[in-house]
Design a protein around this ligand. Structure first.
Ligand SMILES: C[S@@+](CC[C@H](N)C(=O)[O-])C[C@H]1O[C@@H](n2cnc3c(N)ncnc32)[C@H](O)[C@@H]1O
Length: 310
């Protein structure tokens, strides 16, 4: 009988995977899943399936096949007891699954994340698309302000293999995590991590940056205080709280952009859904040109782009 293999295929001469890993029948796994959802009605089936995928190695397609072959053995990367423990911690302590598993899939990447580092968000995937489209030619030198886990720096360095990147981050914990992710992607030699606040550590490169991206903290403090507990209590406030109107960081970034960008250099910023007018005004006041505003996939104005004059 063929096993639904949630792990990489064993080598030809390796022992039966069921002898060395957790193995259950498809039927037992489906019953386990049903019982967990019944025990914890607050839990979402989609999130439990995500845990089975990321924590157990059982992807969506394999999960669907369980129904077709109830007697088939399934090899998981973690035991059901371990997975149930993670699920309970997630529900009882509101800890994001990404922190419990230490991993976050994002675009075509799998990033390591830990408490103290923002979990990369799906909408930020579009910031990469915007950054890739803005320059007429791949930039030689670019910067990522507030790099967090290093998610944008990894994506841009991979997309522009002949470029050099500079990634600025104030938090020591986040900078260490970015270093791990850049190292894992074999990009450490092409992206320099810099400690400090926004433009300040980039002073030696002011006037030379051909492209700058930033997803700064932009949530107004009053909105931050009402965020769901999983975010407010577990994700770093430094990464989210943008001050009274959410624009504290964006003001500094816009104000320094003209001096930091090379002539004609571009910048792409993420912001809160109601800040498009304010961010455009900040960029215009800083002397930037060719202002653009861009939607996220929910139709909210989420991104701004601009260029320094030639
Ligand atoms: C919204 S998070 C974005 C993280 C990552 N770029 C992403 O998109 O997932 C903002 C990041 O800015 C960092 N940050 C906050 N204040 C900063 C400052 N003054 N200078 C540099 N980075 C700062 C935070 O620590 C956090 O990692």
């Amino acid at each position: 009988m063929t096993a639904v293999n949630a792990q990489p295929s064993p080598l030809p001469n390796s022992p039966d995977p069921c002898a060395s890993a957790d193995c259950v029948t498809a039927e037992a796994l489906l019953a386990w899943r049903r019982s967990l959802l019944q025990q914890h009605p607050g839990g979402s089936a989609a999130e439990l399936d995500w845990l089975l995928d990321l924590g157990g190695g059982l992807g969506w397609q394999a999960l669907q096949q369980l129904h077709l072959h109830p007697q088939r053995p399934v090899v998981l990367q973690r035991s059901l007891v371990a997975l149930a423990g993670l699920w309970q911690r997630h529900l009882q302590e509101q800890i994001p699954l990404q922190y419990l598993l230490g991993v976050c899939p994002w675009r075509d990447l799998s990033l390591q994340v830990a408490p103290g580092v923002l979990i990369p968000r799906a909408e930020t995937e579009l910031l990469v698309e915007l950054a890739l489209q803005l320059p007429e030619a791949p930039p030689g030198l670019w910067a990522d302000l507030g790099s967090g886990s290093g998610v944008l720096a990894v994506a841009l360095a991979r997309a522009w293999p002949h470029s050099q990147g500079l990634a600025v981050e104030l938090s020591d914990v986040a900078r260490q995590q970015a270093a791990v992710n850049l190292q894992a992607a074999e990009l450490a030699a092409r992206v320099q991590l810099l400690a400090g606040s926004w433009w300040q550590p980039l002073a030696p490169w002011w006037g030379q940056l051909q492209l700058v991206v930033a997803n700064p903290p932009y949530i107004p403090t009053a909105v931050w205080a009402r965020l769901e507990p999983g975010v407010r209590e577990h994700e770093p406030r430094l990464a989210l709280d943008g001050g009274a109107d959410g624009l504290d960081a964006l003001r500094v970034i816009a104000a320094g952009a003209r001096a930091a960008l090379a002539p004609g250099g571009g910048c792409c910023l993420e912001h809160h859904c109601d800040q498009a007018d304010a961010v455009a005004a900040l960029l215009a006041a800083a002397g930037l040109q060719q202002l653009g505003r861009h939607h996220d996939l929910e139709g909210h104005w989420r991104f701004a782009s601009a260029r320094a004059p030639l």
